[in-house]
Design a protein around this ligand. Sequence first.
Ligand SMILES: C[S@@+](CC[C@H](N)C(=O)[O-])C[C@H]1O[C@@H](n2cnc3c(N)ncnc32)[C@H](O)[C@@H]1O
Ligand SMILES: Nc1nc2[nH]cc(C(=O)O)c2c(=O)[nH]1
Ligand code: SF4
Ligand SMILES: [Mg+2]
Length: 244
Amino acid sequence: MKENVIEIFSSVQGEGKYAGCRQVFIRLEGCNISCRYCDTEHMTGKHDVCIVESVPGSHEYVEISNPMTAEAVAAEVKRFTDNVPHQAVSITGGEPLLHAEFVRELAKHVDVPVFLETNGTLPEKLKQVVDCVDIISMDIKLPSELNGKTYWAEHRDFLCTAKGKDIYCKIVLTQDTAKEEFEKACRIISDVDDTILLILQPVTPFGGAEPPSAKEMLQWQAEGLKFLKNVRVIPQTHVMMGQL
Ligand SMILES: C[S@@+](CC[C@H](N)C(=O)[O-])C[C@H]1O[C@@H](n2cnc3c(N)ncnc32)[C@H](O)[C@@H]1O
Ligand SMILES: Nc1nc2[nH]cc(C(=O)O)c2c(=O)[nH]1
Ligand code: SF4
Ligand SMILES: [Mg+2]
């Protein structure tokens, strides 16, 4: 089985619980939702080549024809991890769970922890891979960023499926985030397990979305701590550092 891979690169994990860790990033095509603030180009079918970093951290790239097999991608990951120790391989996108079979196949061929960066809206797909991923970063997507569309039931199902895994949740906060949707998100998480870590990620301005003020971020954190034991405020640190 083959998939189109957008890019493979080595960087510092910029978001969430493992911010600062050196990871290999595998970016897959396509997404099932459309967040106003999305900072990533992931259009399906637009990538006839995969952009691969020649040496981890070199910021020099070569092109490999798409589509790629999981084995070929795993060989690139090994090339990176033989050169520099990496804490994990992050499978991201786009929405990686659109390619659940490929994720499963890839996970079988890599010998570093598998980190899944997902929008938490495809619980049925998670069921196909949950036994072969090690870390799950699950976004909770708020209706204010999706023209009112909600994924509360999918998010709840997703969290229940991931019980027992190293999972944390992440919410991108903007000036348009409403108290009701934020509380609903916190309740869905705490109903499953109030010790699940929640990352509050102020939006990096994009698509017209602007971040809450510093003071408002503190208020969101205090609000989250009414429902959950562990709520951290962490921006996209890679953007701040000029890392990929
Ligand atoms: C590009 S998405 C790909 C993985 C998956 N589709 C998801 O949404 O989690 C990776 C992460 O980037 C973050 N992100 C995207 N655009 C952002 C922005 N403008 N500001 C802050 N975070 C952003 C989201 O939190 C998302 O979890
Ligand atoms: N450095 C770095 N960290 C990241 N964490 C999540 C990312 C993503 O686009 O999924 C990302 C990314 O694109 N770069
Ligand atoms: S789910 Fe992820 S990839 Fe899809 S639009 Fe939202 S931030 Fe972008
Ligand atoms: Mg990114």
